[in-house]
Design a binder for this molecule. Structure first.
Ligand SMILES: C[S@@+](CC[C@H](N)C(=O)[O-])C[C@H]1O[C@@H](n2cnc3c(N)ncnc32)[C@H](O)[C@@H]1O
Length: 357
């Protein structure tokens, strides 16, 4: 039985027998072969040519026996195409996994490769409740690499989300913790009358500026360096987009951000949160959102994934109104059911006085 990791799978099939347990454990095999292929530069070397195995082995400086077994396994997953003793890239191998192609996901692939090592140390983090390493968040080199990884991660999904999320009537958007600004650029490309601002750490904004310079919509993008926990948010915006930041922080830290966001929203303005929300009453599904919390355990001090119900309560507590999930089609989502919208009421909502007895 082959277990295919499907990140869109809402509920995992329960593991009941030892055989099912073993099969679930064995799911590491194909991913580890895929990482070996990346480490050995297989997809980039194959590029657009068909290679005989001995030639490819010579080019990659690996054993023929090892390469034969590696390539055959990659072919079972459709990443390579086998014809006799010759191999070529499948469609993804030739594009997104190939450093010679413009749609190469290089920085994100590098991040995923590094995650393999970190995930083999989950036990340590469970013991301590702490991230594996000291906090690198503010180191410029780390931030730069991570920001490019975020760009390569969202390059394809951001325009789909921008196409389906209506920003009608909005003149200004703040991409809070916007990193490479990939989402801001997608919103700008879709909404011609919009001006956007990306807020993030200075090293992330350097990458955002480089990317914006290659887009015509980039002319309508501004940049504000700030620490979103310790600084106030300058300016006023019709929409604040808070994407993939919620999970880095604790409930209290997020409530602080919500308070600042509300102060920076125009009357009737919207805070739109995108994240790996949990949806069921027990707060365990979708599977991908539960697994993502493990990453937060490995890499952050206080991060986690949260239920729509809890985040709705935090938003209501900070005075947001009309809080609702925005439903998108499956193929137009970063996360399943991953968008929550809240309004800064046009007229301040008066807190109701308790009736005197
Ligand atoms: C996971 S990335 C998400 C990037 C982008 N919003 C997206 O959805 O692809 C989180 C971003 O939040 C930024 N961030 C996290 N904590 C921050 C802080 N305290 N001050 C400023 N930026 C912060 C990080 O630098 C990073 O760019």
């Amino acid at each position: 039985m082959v277990l295919q990791a499907d990140r869109r799978q809402h509920v995992m099939k329960a593991i009941r027998t030892f055989e099912e347990f073993r099969d679930a454990l064995h799911a590491y095999r194909l991913p580890r072969v895929m990482i070996a292929a990346l480490e050995l530069n297989v997809f980039t070397t194959l590029d657009r040519r068909t290679w005989a195995l001995p030639d490819l082995a010579r080019e990659l400086k690996v054993s023929e026996r090892g390469l034969r077994i590696l390539c055959r396994t990659l072919a079972t997953a459709g990443l390579l195409v086998k014809s006799g003793n010759r191999y070529r890239n499948g469609p993804l191998g030739a594009t997104g996994l190939n450093a010679n192609h413009p749609s190469f996901h290089g920085a994100y692939l590098e991040l995923l490769r590094n995650h393999w090592h970190s995930w083999s140390r989950v036990t340590e983090s469970v013991r301590t409740g702490l991230p594996l390493d000291r906090d690198h968040s503010d180191e410029p080199d780390y931030r730069r690499q991570f920001t490019w990884a975020m760009h390569h991660r969202t390059l394809e999904i951001a325009p789909k989300i921008a196409a389906h999320l209506s920003l009608k009537g909005a003149g200004s958007l703040l991409d809070l913790g916007g990193g490479p600004g990939t989402y801001a650029l997608a919103f700008l490309a879709k909404n011609r009358g919009l001006h956007a601002t990306v807020c993030d750490r200075p090293a992330a904004l350097d990458v955002a500026r480089e990317i914006a310079a290659t887009h015509t919509a980039g002319k309508r993008l501004s940049f504000i360096p700030l620490d979103l926990l310790s600084d106030e948010i300058p300016g006023t915006y019709d929409v604040i987009w808070y994407s993939n930041v919620l999970h880095i922080y604790s409930p209290e830290e997020n409530r602080t951000v919500f308070r600042k966001a509300k102060a920076a929203l125009s009357p009737g303005g919207r805070l739109i949160i995108q994240d790996a929300f949990l949806h069921d009453p027990q707060g365990i599904y979708p599977v991908d959102a539960s697994l993502f919390a493990v990453s937060m355990l490995l890499f952050t001090e206080t991060g986690d994934t949260y239920s729509v119900k809890d985040v709705t309560a935090w938003l209501a507590n900070e005075g947001f109104t009309a809080i609702r999930s925005l439903r998108m089609k499956k193929e137009n989502e970063d996360w399943e059911g991953g968008i929550l919208e809240a309004r800064n009421a046009a007229v301040p909502v008066r807190r109701r006085r308790r009736p005197s007895r």
